[in-house]
Design a protein around this ligand. Sequence first.
Ligand code: NDP
Length: 345
Amino acid sequence: MQVQRVVLNSRPGTNGVPVPENFRLEEITLVPDLKDGEVLVRTLYLSVDPYMRCRMNEDSGAEYLTSWQLSECLDGGGVGVVQTSRCRTFTEGDVVTSFNWPWQTQAIVKGNALKKVDPQLADGHLSYFLGAVGLTGLTALLGIREKGNVTKGADQTMVVSGAAGACGSLAGQIGRLDGCARVVGICGSDEKCKTLKEDLGFSAAVNYRREDVAVRLKESCPDGVDVYFDNVGGPISDAVISQMNHCGHVVLCGQISQYNKDVPYPPPLSEQTEEILQSRSITRERFVVLSYMSKAEAGLCELSQWIKSGQIKVLETVVSGIENIGGAFCSMMAGGNIGKQIVKI
Ligand code: NDP
């Protein structure tokens, strides 16, 4: 059978911004001869995520991430359906996910790389397994629970950067549900700000591209910042941390503003910001969701309940066609998405 796949065509290079030409579409012949333990899957949705920028480099810079190889089929989060199986745990029609799904319209994969999921958990929206009922949702939930120290009734103010993205849009809503009195989002457009306030229940939103973040934070966080869910790093985070209260907590989720630069993760902070963290006893511990997988099952159930009851709204930006996955990745890195960027195959 003829299938389409996407390979790495070239690397962005030192400090390079990724472009769609870094990716290449190919058509190959797939012989559906399964060995014991293998499964033939049809891809339904693929995920593009900021960490993939590190995989585009020759050295990913993170011990838990392997680099993508030139001219090889790429992989990441995916969801699809089993077509035929020679693995006892799967049968035709099962909906399955994987963190290492090939960017291929149909593929033969090892059963032990797949997880069977119940579509009910995502209220029938299978793409949610790549976002709100998947690693993204867990990142927001467990990041807050493990590192945020949110306490009901404590009148806390939470600030979220990258607030209109996949993690950020959920983190803000979870912060509110967990008891923050005020949740303020920082993001890159007026349309995103409007969505945060009108659809997702954020108390206020700041457009960092157009507004003075420090000034707007002063107005919207009159009692200072207690919890900072940081997706972006750089000058935005310096501005937030400078307004944090004594004994506040930074959830160090990601630093996307630095991902096109060849710097180690987490990128070094300015001396001034380091000084503020120390003098105000603000915690800022590295958070990696994969270290908390023992809490995944319970976390996914909680997220599922919130979504089904309408307490959490899920936003997605969906692009169709495997040929557009490279473009979708580059667009997400540049802020083209509201909510989770999904590629529908
Ligand atoms: P998003 O859906 O948030 O997409 C990325 C967003 O980042 C863009 O939409 C853009 O929004 C924003 N952005 C891009 N460049 C900049 C910049 N220079 N300054 C400020 N904002 C920028 O992606 P995810 O939700 O998947 O990921 C969010 C963060 O969470 C990332 O840092 C990622 O690495 C991290 N992460 C961490 C995990 C962990 O285990 N710790 C797991 C998963 C994700 P805008 O228009 O607002 O600029």
